[in-house]
Design a protein around this ligand. Structure first.
Ligand code: 4AD
Ligand code: MG
Length: 451
């Protein structure tokens, strides 16, 4: 049985016979033997193979070039070389697949742009290998956080007829042939359908039965914003809690973020990001654990921004959305820690948020973190039937199509709240990687849908 290199490198004693397999990173030859650095993607480290001339398979050693796949059996022995505990003295080597000279990852030090153009090969680099292992472990940590707290994992639909955020940034889903596009009644569902922008609305329906639920799945936005923080396809973590208000919502968001950052700090792959991506990474992450997050109302945040004396590109005024530069000023320059901004003007937020007693603001909350800006968006939901129907009117929502959603307020309504964590924004935050395209294995952004 093949052993993953991760487990080989973690051994505390040698072993007489082990089999490993992976891709050659480098090879050095002398007359009597070859050194092969082998990596199988299970961890950052390579296993050094010492292959003596004459062992079975050695006749192919010249073809074991960078990128070639190789299987080795041998003995694990303490390594005399610096920086590694173990090496493998090969008993036999077997070439599995060659990698000709045009293998694009011959040399190190490629630009992120070039690596994006070979997304099918970039997981074989140290940095991307680490990024995707962290992605996997953080996904697992998300599930652990919620499962340990008795949240029920809901699979909300990917194809939907609702526009949760009401922003009209939906991808249409159709099975009509080209000449029938637009004839909605003849379409697969007999009406227009879209890829979901959020699982929230269906999440609310299940929370209003199971108390605490979460969804964690892909979401889609046809936003034409070509920024380093927006993707057309991204993953969102969306808990929804019944019998919960805005303060409770913020508490869960804060506790979750701390839990995930703690996990990231213990991740074996963090070191490479600290070394090559962001020297201040660990300090920034530890800053999240230090003190409670700042909580400030939108109104007060706008005041601070107005009084900052900063020359922002976008205007700051009560009633306007906070732009990324404003969010980053608050969290990076002013408070220098995570900040939760709450109670936004109702006009700039979706129909489902609960109207405050002032009649002007809604119970929205955004969590902002240094280096990213908004990482979480959430709210307490409007649980009052009449007020919700009024919101439908003001936001131009078809009350009939959302009748099921209003029903939740008609039958056994409860205060409830939830939020959405952008999973890729979390990954950018915990790795320091500054472009969302580099934390998604196969990113989709405007003009890009390769693979
Ligand atoms: O603030 P948003 O739009 O909130 C919602 O969708 C709510 N329905 C969530 C809820 O209350 N259940 O999105 C939530 C988060 C943002 O804070 C951001 O981190 C991320 O999703 N996000 C994106 N991430 C990558 N690319 C995009 N285009 C994103 N749009 C939002
Ligand atoms: Mg938002």
């Amino acid at each position: 049985m093949r052993t993953l290199i991760k487990h080989v490198l973690a051994r505390t004693e040698g072993s007489d016979s082990l089999e490993v397999a992976g891709w050659v990173r480098t090879r050095r030859d002398s007359k009597a033997f070859s050194f092969i650095e082998l990596n199988d993607g299970s961890c950052l480290g390579n296993l050094q193979i010492v292959a003596d001339a004459g062992i079975p398979g050695y006749e192919d050693v010249a073809k074991m070039t960078t990128g070639a796949s190789v299987c080795v059996s041998g003995k694990l022995v303490p390594s005399p070389a610096k920086g590694q505990d173990w090496e493998m003295q090969a008993v036999s080597v077997r070439l599995i697949g060659t990698a000709p000279e045009d293998y694009p990852l011959q040399k190190k030090g490629h630009t992120p742009e070039f690596l994006r153009s070979i997304a099918h090969l970039r997981p074989r680099t140290n940095l991307f290998g680490a990024a995707f292992r962290v992605r996997s472990r953080m996904a697992y940590a998300v599930h652990r956080f919620f499962q340990e707290r008795d949240f029920v994992y809901m699979h909300t639909p990917i194809i939907t007829a609702s526009d949760c955020e009401g922003a009209g940034e939906m991808f249409r889903v159709t099975s009509l042939p080209d000449d029938k596009i637009g004839k909605d009644a003849e379409d697969f569902f007999g009406k227009r359908a879209y890829l979901t922008v959020s699982g929230q609305l269906e999440g609310e329906a299940t929370a209003c039965a199971l108390s605490n639920i979460y969804t964690f799945g892909p979401t889609f936005r046809a936003e034409n914003s070509n920024t380093s923080r927006h993707a057309a396809e991204f993953w969102m973590v969306e808990p929804e809690m019944a019998f919960c208000d805005l303060a409770g919502d913020m508490d869960v968001a804060e506790e979750m973020l701390r839990f995930l950052v703690k996990e990231a700090l213990a991740d074996p792959d963090l070191a490479i990001f600290e070394k090559f991506v962001d020297k201040g990474l660990r300090e920034r992450l530890e800053g999240v654990l230090g003190k409670p997050f700042v909580r400030i109302s939108y109104t007060d945040a706008v005041k601070l921004l107005e009084e900052s004396g900063k020359d922002f590109q976008y205007p700051v005024k009560y009633g306007l959305n906070l732009q990324s530069e404003h969010e980053r000023w608050l969290t990076e320059e002013h408070f220098k820690q995570p900040v939760i901004v709450f109670n936004y003007p109702k006009e700039i937020k979706p129909f489902y948020m609960r109207l405050n007693d002032d009649g002007k603001t809604v119970t929205a909350m955004d969590v902002l973190v240094p280096g990213i800006g908004e990482i979480i968006g959430g709210s307490q939901r409007e649980e009052r039937y009449d007020v919700l129907l009024e919101n439908f009117k003001q936001h131009g929502i078809d009350a009939e199509a959302y009748g099921w959603y209003a029903d939740l307020r008609k039958y056994g309504t409860v205060p409830h709240a939830g939020f959405g964590l952008g999973f890729e924004r979390l990954l950018m935050f915990v790795t320091g990687i500054s472009n969302i395209r580099d934390v998604i294995p196969f990113p989709r952004t405007p003009g890009h849908c390769e693979y």
